[in-house]
Design a binder for this molecule. Sequence first.
Ligand code: APR
Length: 312
Amino acid sequence: SKRKKIALIGAGNIGGELAALVQRKDLGDVVLFDIPQKANFAKGKALDLEQNGAVLGYDARITGTSDWKDCAGADVLIITAGIPRKPGQSRDDLVATNLPIIRSVADGAKEHCPDAFVIVISNPLDAMVYEYKRRVGAPREKVVGMAGVLDSARFQLFLAREAGVSVKDLRAMVLGGHGDDMVPVLSACTVNGVPITKLVAKDKLDAIIERTRKGGGEIVGLMGTSAYYAPASAAVAMAESYLLDQKRLLASAVYLSGEYGYNDLYMGVPVIIGAGGVEKIVELDLSEDEKAMLAKSAKSVQGITDVVKSST
Ligand code: APR
């Protein structure tokens, strides 16, 4: 069958790393889309990446553009359009700037690639992916947000270092909104099946949970802009599961209609991603504590989602 097409909306830091990963995994050809003022930037980045492919031996075609027509027929759309955080900002602080941007992206995508599987990365994540789905009117199976894979990876890294084990053996899940009250699910956290509490003391666990919740902000504070290697890898894991029908179970922001007791809201929960997109939402038996944490996180997400819903 013909080569897949992956359109990356936003050719900035995450967009560039996404393109590099798609190229090296040979998932398909890449279109790097950005605003007209940055069309040449996108074209230059695309050329650099293709030349890198010539060094490394990867044939993927990578093109830069600001013309939505070039995204036509995309199988996957990964959206990073928007501005990233600066030190001291919360993700929610980005809403005024990024809301009109996600709306213009939704309009372009609705016209030119309505059938794509869409992964939103732009922040504030849960509200941006909500608005995208609402504006395009796409089925929830085809529109997800990337946050849980990244937040879970941060949690896994800190736990692995503390326990003195390989990151490869850490299994962890972070649910809820992509904000400071995200919910690490300790009952789902193991070192190859061994409960994490066997290997990491309670006070250390609490500190790691706190660091995970502020994991994005820690990097913004150090770099002056937000992370891009890990966010790109996390989104590519989701895209790959869709394109190759891997049916991986990944924490993803998904539109909830009743699951976990929430309605008309995007929030991170475990989902199975395959050729059908979101093929299943998995409902965990959360402890009372975890339910309370999820309720708190959902309240924050609802607040910023309401801002988006009421803004014209
Ligand atoms: N359409 C397409 N691209 C756009 C649009 C638009 N309407 N508006 C802005 N962009 C582009 C910018 O021109 C820029 O090149 O989005 C790109 C964003 O790139 P960076 O500024 O490097 O930001 P990045 O680190 O990639 O993060 C993007 O992801 O994690 C989130 O909080 C982060 O919301 C931010 C987004």
